[in-house]
Write a new protein. Structure first.
Length: 454
């Protein structure tokens, strides 16, 4: 942790702001929680099918149940984070994940396995990115993309857990691997959860480490106000931007779920061994780790909305390439990685950042939960459909080509958003209030379209 802190200190300049410790703690937690529960799920499919005799579709239902539970609970979990604070939620969620994984390891029937998946989903939704991202939104305003990029670098490192999990399964079996992973998650996650703090103000600090009294420009003072305020949930529901962003998350996030679940089975089906498929996933994660932090700078330089649109187009191209990868055409992975690393990396940096950008941070977790809930039926259905199609056709090629085209719909949804960022609304309101009483020109209304740079 100290070494990472020194690295971030050099990258960000000046004494390390406490918000960066929260980011590092969240990233460390995500390595194990996301790596084992999410990104390594595909590694478990073959050994579970061999031992239990279940179909790929039946096993995939367990993952989809997690998506259903997480989506169903997203608004409720977000509400609890807003009310109880992220630290309590993270600690409770980790304990539930621990119990769920031990329950999963002892599964003897499909219903036993499905029940364990639901327990894990409850814990994951409370302990994973929800509490840490909520805290990051409160601790950062200008630095949100960079902070979220570093936070989700932990998720990227989680991809590198796939070959580790594969090796553990060979040595200890899939049940023993789950027990080992459960204790590792608890040992690493609990200390990291105690680093969490809800907001900087009670500790004599301010978002981004900038004291609003010392801010030299009016826009910096407006940024501080924007970082501690925001729309109510009811106001967000009356805003078209919420539904467009929810649609973008739905089509973008659910196609990623299909890829995460079925990437290893697809590679094995086209001639890769389990170890080589795991190494391919690990290579993807290794490329994501540095990228996700620097993608925050990319988003700030080119504009957050513009890069969010580009990320969906890049993902679509990447999936079309991945659909045609075989062991004889392994070189196509070299084409797949740049597109999907760029697209997926920007997505995880921006999909929550833009919700806070458009609606403020006051009710960020609840509004984020509402937007995430929209993807629930698709997140449940798409991985199962992909498994059913494979069981019938024996190939994943058509599946990934269809989802490659579908993810590009998200780019159109984001392009249609016309609402200005919340900080811009706050800045205009402050200008209206502080304008001289004799000013003959009324303040301009917020623009119908956002400024060119985000």
């Amino acid at each position: 942790m100290r070494a990472l802190a020194r690295l971030v200190n050099r990258l960000t300049g000046g004494p390390l702001f406490y918000g960066w410790y929260i980011v590092l703690a969240g990233g460390s937690t995500n390595v194990l929680v996301g790596g084992v529960i999410g990104f390594s799920f595909g590694v478990f499919i073959e050994p579970i099918r061999d031992e239990m005799g279940w179909t790929v579709a039946a096993i995939t239902i367990g993952y989809s149940l997690r998506a259903f539970e997480s989506g169903l609970m997203a608004p409720f979990t977000g509400y609890l984070v807003d009310r109880l604070g992220p630290r309590r939620m993270a600690i409770g969620g980790l304990l539930i994940v621990f119990v769920g994984m031990l329950y999963f390891a002892s599964a003897q029937t499909l219903w036993h396995y499905y029940a364990a998946s639901l327990v894990i989903a409850v814990g994951q939704s409370a302990s994973g990115f929800t509490p840490f991202s909520a805290a990051v939104m409160n601790w950062f305003q200008r630095g949100r993309p960079r902070a979220m990029g570093l936070l989700f670098s932990g998720n990227a490192a989680g991809y590198m857990m796939a070959p580790v999990v594969a090796a553990l399964i060979v040595q200890f079996g899939w049940r023993g691997t789950l027990v080992i992973a459960a204790f590792a998650i608890l040992a690493v996650g609990l200390p990291m959860a105690f680093v969490l703090r809800d907001r900087p103000e009670p500790y004599g600090m301010h978002p981004d480490g900038i004291d609003p009294e010392d801010a030299s420009r009016a826009d910096e003072r407006s940024m501080h106000v924007a970082s501690t305020s925001g729309m109510s949930v009811g106001e967000a529901f009356r805003t078209p931007a919420l539904y467009l962003l929810a649609a973008a998350i739905t089509f973008g996030g659910t196609t990623q779920n299909v890829w995460i679940v079925h990437q290893v089975p697809h590679l094995q089906d086209v001639g890769f061994s389990a170890v080589h498929a795991g190494l391919a996933v690990a290579m993807y994660g290794a490329l994501q780790i540095p990228g996700r932090f620097f993608f925050g700078y990319v988003a700030d330089f080119f504009g957050r909305k513009r890069t969010y649109i580009a990320c969906f187009i890049a993902q679509g191209i990447g999936l079309l390439i991945f659909a045609n990868v075989t062991s004889e055409r392994a070189w196509m992975l070299a084409l797949f990685y740049p597109f999907y690393v760029f697209g997926h990396g920007l997505y995880v940096v921006l999909f929550m950042t833009l919700i806070a950008d458009y609606f403020g941070s006051a009710r960020f977790s609840t509004i984020r939960g509402v937007a995430m809930m929209a993807q629930m039926p698709f997140g449940v259905a798409f991985p199962i459909i992909a498994g059913m199609v494979f069981d019938r056709t024996g190939t994943y090629q058509g599946i990934f080509m269809i989802f490659g085209a579908l993810v590009m719909v998200s780019a159109l949804c984001v392009a249609l958003v016309r609402r200005p960022f919340w900080a811009e609304v706050v800045a205009r309101e402050r200008l209206r209030i502080t304008s001289p009483a004799g000013d003959s020109q009324p303040p301009e209304e917020p623009p119908a379209t956002p400024p060119p740079r985000r």
